[in-house]
Write a protein that binds this ligand. Structure first.
Ligand SMILES: CC(C)(COP(=O)(O)OP(=O)(O)OC[C@H]1O[C@@H](n2cnc3c(N)ncnc32)[C@H](O)[C@@H]1OP(=O)(O)O)[C@@H](O)C(=O)NCCC(=O)NCCS
Length: 154
């Protein structure tokens, strides 16, 4: 017997959050991540789909008036101890409604990873993440940066 997906989380009359990836408009995520962000533009459509499918949890939001995807984030995790937050965005037309904060809140505070340690990389929006407890790393954190080039895509 399969467990039914959790009901969508209504945020207000206009925007609706969900974590059921069957509802996710992959094409809209690919379009945004390949054209409108400063990171990861090297990724192909297949790379992004694989990254989403390989993620532990995704959270999206739609504009209920249009059905269009307006916000997205994904997390990589072992499902027990630690998670990595990635590919966070709100489309420009939907900014100014606290969707970025609601998106991170939905992913971290309202999800099964609320007790995890969380990590992320970002060049900006530090102030957004600091509101959710993210702080500068201390001496216990080590990172292996990419030291070999990404191989050419087929
Ligand atoms: C960053 C982003 C997700 C924020 O979403 P949003 O809906 O515009 O933001 P919200 O209305 O929820 O508010 C964000 C909060 O973080 C703060 N903040 C700090 N740095 C910010 C930044 N660079 N951009 C937006 N908000 C920022 C804002 O001041 C606000 O706090 P406040 O309400 O206490 O003043 C959105 O602007 C976006 O998609 N930007 C492009 C992609 C990106 O940079 N993603 C983050 C890197 S991983």
């Amino acid at each position: 017997m399969t467990t039914p997906p959790p009901p969508p989380v209504p945020v207000d009359d206009r925007f609706e959050f969900f974590d059921d990836r069957a509802r996710l408009d992959y094409d809209a995520v690919v379009e945004f991540l390949t054209h409108h962000v400063y990171w990861g533009k090297w990724r192909s459509r297949a790379d992004i789909r694989n990254a989403i499918d390989g993620s532990w949890r995704v959270v999206g939001a739609i504009d209920t008036a249009t059905g269009d995807l307006v916000a997205f984030a994904r997390a990589i995790s072992d499902g027990v101890t630690v998670a990595y937050l990635a590919d966070v965005f709100v489309v420009p037309s939907a900014r100014g409604h606290s969707l970025g904060k609601k998106l991170v809140d939905e992913m971290i505070e309202r999800g099964p990873g609320v007790h995890f340690r969380w990590l992320l990389h970002t060049d900006d929006a530090h102030g957004l993440y600091r509101q959710f407890g993210f702080v500068d790393p201390d001496e216990t954190v080590l990172e292996r940066r990419r030291i070999r080039p990404i191989p050419p895509r087929p």
